[in-house]
Design a protein around this ligand. Structure first.
Ligand code: CMC
Length: 431
């Protein structure tokens, strides 16, 4: 728990309550209201947790006004340019950058957990071919609890460690299998001689009929996409994982819950929704029409890939993603990509528009990622599963941190009840 040298005094009627104020290492001070109900008999009200810290954490820090994202103190742009995904995984899980031997051992461990139980292949075959890969992932990751009994005891640190490694290692395999199943192609087994990102591309795009050599520049771009999605502190899916875990649920059930939450278009589903929107706009001349719709409060349409609960400045991940989009399209020899052109023009017009300026709405991580993923050959339905692959380490790190926290309690929010008060049951003939 953070330091608390200050406190706030709250007076409600004839009661006065002293509330400690905690000082984080970065970010605003935090008012500790844990004793509020027992001392003053009131709850706080904060739908969507806009002002509420639900836990302590040492993993990730976001300064939304500055547009800064730090993992264990390291800025995301440095990690995206100098590090790579598995090193970032180690950093998130264990708190420090690994030494060479530690990294080698970690990579070896993850690589040796990439295959899934052979019987899970039958499980896949039960899905309809046109199932959304996210539906398949929610089901399959939840089903891991039925296949890996030896890593479901959360009171055993060794089992927790193995579950973490299994989840990080097997998520690309599961996502790639969901894709292969949807296109009617045979599953491709993982290759332990390839890097994490190259192996994922190979499992997605190789076929038994011919050799598939992974382009190292595309593997690097894929690795960067995973890195940019690795963690994002207490976002909706991470909070879902923590809440599910607070009851003592097994890790596979908790991560499946996180995947389910990620799927929504306000969260990870935004990358698919954003590319669909850019294609619907089609011609940059139609941008004003879509901007007008986004501003119209009677129209539910929102500019996808824009806005963020925490960032009130550029999402630092979007900057790296935009640069990657240019690099990948250049590498693939795509000179004029109409979707990228529409995205850039939309960004320009939105950032010059008072509505977006006043509300501090900037492009987020999902704005440019779809352009890159489509250029790599992924269908739209795979965008959110790829986000899930990258985010798995974040969910797992936060889950482990929570289980090690002595203050861990079952998550159980209160409510502002506005329904009927007690009344007598009325027999059906008298209603
Ligand atoms: N287009 C148009 N207006 C917007 C948008 C948008 N994308 N985002 C926010 N606003 C407006 C909103 O209508 C509100 O206006 P007013 O004050 O006049 O009522 C104001 O900006 C504040 O919005 P909010 O809904 O109170 O903000 P929030 O923090 O609850 O929502 C958000 C954050 C990300 C859900 C929202 O910005 C959004 O729906 N964006 C589009 C979906 C998207 O791109 N999501 C990906 C987020 S980043 C990756 C991830 O987390 O998975």
């Amino acid at each position: 728990m953070a330091d608390s040298t200050k406190s706030a005094t709250l007076s409600i009627g004839d009661k006065t309550v002293e509330l400690p104020i905690h000082h984080p290492t970065a970010g605003p001070d935090v008012l500790d209201i844990r004793k509020l109900y027992s001392q003053a008999g009131v709850f706080t009200y904060d739908p969507g947790y806009t002002s509420t810290a639900s836990c302590d954490s040492t993993i990730t820090f976001i300064d939304g006004d500055k547009g800064e994202l730090l993992h264990r103190g390291y800025p995301i742009d440095q990690l995206a340019s100098k590090s790579h995904y598995l090193e970032v995984c180690y950093l998130l899980l264990y708190g420090e950058l690994p030494k060479a031997g530690e990294l080698e051992e970690f990579e070896n461990t993850i690589t040796r957990h990439t295959m899934i139980h052979e019987q899970m292949h039958n499980f896949f075959r039960g899905y309809r071919r046109d199932a959304h890969p996210m539906a398949v992932m929610v089901g399959t990751v939840g089903a891991m609890a039925a296949f890996y009994h030896d890593s479901t005891d959360i009171s055993d640190p060794h089992q927790r460690e193995i579950a973490s490694h299994r989840l990080i290692a097997k998520m690309p395999t599961i996502a790639a299998m969901a894709y292969k199943y949807s296109v009617g192609q045979p599953f491709v087994y993982p290759r332990n001689d390839l890097s994490y990102a190259a192996n994922f591309l190979h499992m997605c795009f190789a076929v038994p009929a011919e050799e598939y050599v992974v382009n190292p520049i595309l593997a690097r771009a894929m690795d960067r996409i995973f890195t940019l999605h690795a963690d994002h502190e207490q976002n909706a899916s991470t909070s879902t994982v923590r809440l599910a875990s607070s009851s003592g649920a097994n890790p596979f059930a908790c991560i499946a819950a996180g995947i389910a939450c990620l799927w929504g278009p306000a969260h990870g589903g935004a990358n698919q929704a954003c590319l669909e929107m850019l294609k619907e706009i089609g011609d940059p001349e139609r941008i004003p029409e879509f901007l007008a719709r986004a501003k119209d409060k009677n129209d539910p349409f929102r500019l996808m890939g824009f806005g963020h609960r925490v960032y009130k400045n550029f999402d630092p991940r979007a900057k790296v993603m935009k640069q990657s989009a240019d690099e990948v399209l250049d590498l693939l020899g795509v000179e004029d990509n109409p979707v990228l052109a529409t995205a850039k023009e939309l960004e320009k017009q939105a950032l010059a528009d008072d509505y977006f300026v006043e509300r501090k709405l900037f492009p987020n991580v999902d704005f440019y990622s779809g352009v890159i993923l489509e250029a790599m050959g992924f269908p739209l339905s795979m965008f959110t599963p790829i986000f899930a692959v990258g985010r798995t380490v974040g969910w797992v790190s936060q889950w482990k941190e929570m289980l090690n926290d002595p203050q861990n309690k079952i998550g159980r929010p209160r409510q502002l009840y506005l329904g009927e008060t007690a009344r007598d049951y009325v027999d059906i003939e008298n209603r």
